[in-house]
Design a protein around this ligand. Structure first.
Ligand code: JFZ
Length: 414
């Protein structure tokens, strides 16, 4: 099978995941019972019957939803694509579906089509529109997959034919070019069924990428476990889907917010190992974005505005043989970027094989002195004098122009 990784994706590195659905209204609580798990699973975890859960649609009227605002948020954060939940496991479509009236245009007072609105906003800001679709799990459809247990009586094929496939076709037909179709939790789907979905998607949009969670390794890239970052550079294209707190869908009780520094460290780590970072927001049932998420996106955006060159279009860096806990490397042709997350006066590095030509701080091009020496033990070393950190600069990026195309490290010797 030929993998198809778009340049926009491999160079873009950073995208916005948006989890939004009826669960956003519940915000982690149903009839005074709190959910312990990720909030978009509340229907499943609190055993809410479909007929009950469906009533939520009549309350779905998010007055504050503004696709333009959200897409601009992504743009200002330095992101290159958005992935929006067109239908999550709950089964409710967040677009005008002719296949099932259980959608936010027909079944809710909202009456608008968020995907059509995202399409417009993405075109306006030059952001790539991508859609998430839960292909196997559908807790509203009696034949959809639930959690894979005790589902013998179901006719999964009939769900595929009556809902899943027709909805996938709608999404790939009615909203223009999609960059990526984000399938998830394949559960017990067979190789044949997953292949069928891949064929349908590629027939309709040959350039549309498919996430790793189509199942059976049929995706165009590897999707890691949520919030899991490979320790070593991974040899192929990969993406880390990640939350800012501990839930995808909005949960009013989740205050486990990661700091902008933690998020920025994750971004740099992932990019240094060759991956993409798909960072999530969970808008409320009203369409508002939690302020803590806005804060993170804004600080990451400030970083990206000045230091984007150290992220976009970079290639994975080989493993540096020493444990430096103060930072990370990224790089591209002729350039090594040193990301420094701690207060330091000097960056001292051993075993970099390339000859350095020039050193400067990326955010303001301030030239820096770099001394290259062979140590008394015969190893190469670099000594870079660091300027005082600029205000609010969480990650001070030093660019070293190097001789040679790619950076290489010398192994630790006896
Ligand atoms: C899935 C969904 O169930 C969840 O609601 C959310 O949409 C998330 C992005 O994806 O959850 C998963 C799927 C795979 C793993 C973990 C959570 N995994 O492989 O570790």
């Amino acid at each position: 099978m030929e993998k198809n990784v778009g340049k926009w994706w491999s160079e873009g590195k950073f995208g916005l995941f948006i989890h939004w659905g009826l669960y956003s209204l519940l915000a982690g609580e149903y009839k005074n019972q709190k959910t312990e798990n990720i909030a978009e699973w509340i229907m499943h975890d609190l055993h809410i019957p479909s007929k009950e859960y469906e009533k939520l649609a009549t309350q779905f009227n998010p007055a504050h939803f503004d696709a333009d605002y959200i897409v601009k948020l992504a743009k200002d954060a330095g992101m290159k694509y958005i992935v929006f939940t067109s239908k999550h496991h709950e089964g409710f479509a967040l677009y005008h579906s002719k296949v099932s009236s259980y959608n936010c245009v027909e079944a809710s007072p909202f009456g608008r089509d968020p995907i059509a609105e995202f399409r417009q906003a993405c075109d306006k800001y030059g952001i790539v529109l991508c859609l998430y679709y839960s292909q196997a799990q559908d807790w509203d459809d009696p034949d959809g997959c639930e959690d894979g247990i005790g589902e013998e009586g179901k006719n999964f094929r009939s769900y595929l034919d009556a809902k899943c496939i027709p909805q996938i076709k709608e999404l790939l037909t009615n909203y223009g070019d999609l960059g990526l179709f984000w399938l998830d939790t394949p559960m017990y789907m067979t190789l044949q069924e997953s292949t069928e979905l891949r064929t349908i998607i590629k027939e309709l949009q040959p350039h549309c990428m498919i996430s790793g969670r189509i199942g059976h390794s049929l995706g165009d890239y590897m999707t890691t476990g949520d919030n899991f970052i490979p320790l070593l550079p991974y040899p192929g294209a990969f993406e880390v889907p990640a939350t800012i707190n501990s839930t995808w869908g909005y949960n009013k009780y989740d205050e486990n917010w990661k700091s902008p520094e933690k998020i920025l460290r994750s971004l740099v780590k992932i990019v240094s190992r060759g991956g993409n970072y798909l960072l999530n927001i969970g808008p409320t049932g009203d369409g508002d974005i939690p302020p803590e998420s806005l804060q993170v996106l804004s600080e990451v955006g400030d970083f990206m505005a000045l230091n984007g060159d150290s992220i976009y279009g970079t290639k994975p860096i080989p493993v540096y043989p020493y444990d430096i806990d103060w930072g990370y490397f990224t790089g591209k042709s002729g350039k090594l970027y040193i990301h420094i997350f701690e207060e330091m006066e000097i960056a001292y590095l051993l075993n970099i094989a390339n000859k350095p030509l020039k050193a400067y701080r990326l955010s303001d091009k301030l030239p820096l002195s770099l001394k290259e020496r062979t140590t008394c033990e015969g190893d190469s070393s670099w000594l870079i004098k660091l300027p005082p950190r600029r205000e609010k600069e969480i990650d001070q990026v030093i660019c070293i122009e190097i001789e040679g195309d790619t950076v290489s490290f010398e192994p630790i010797r006896d």
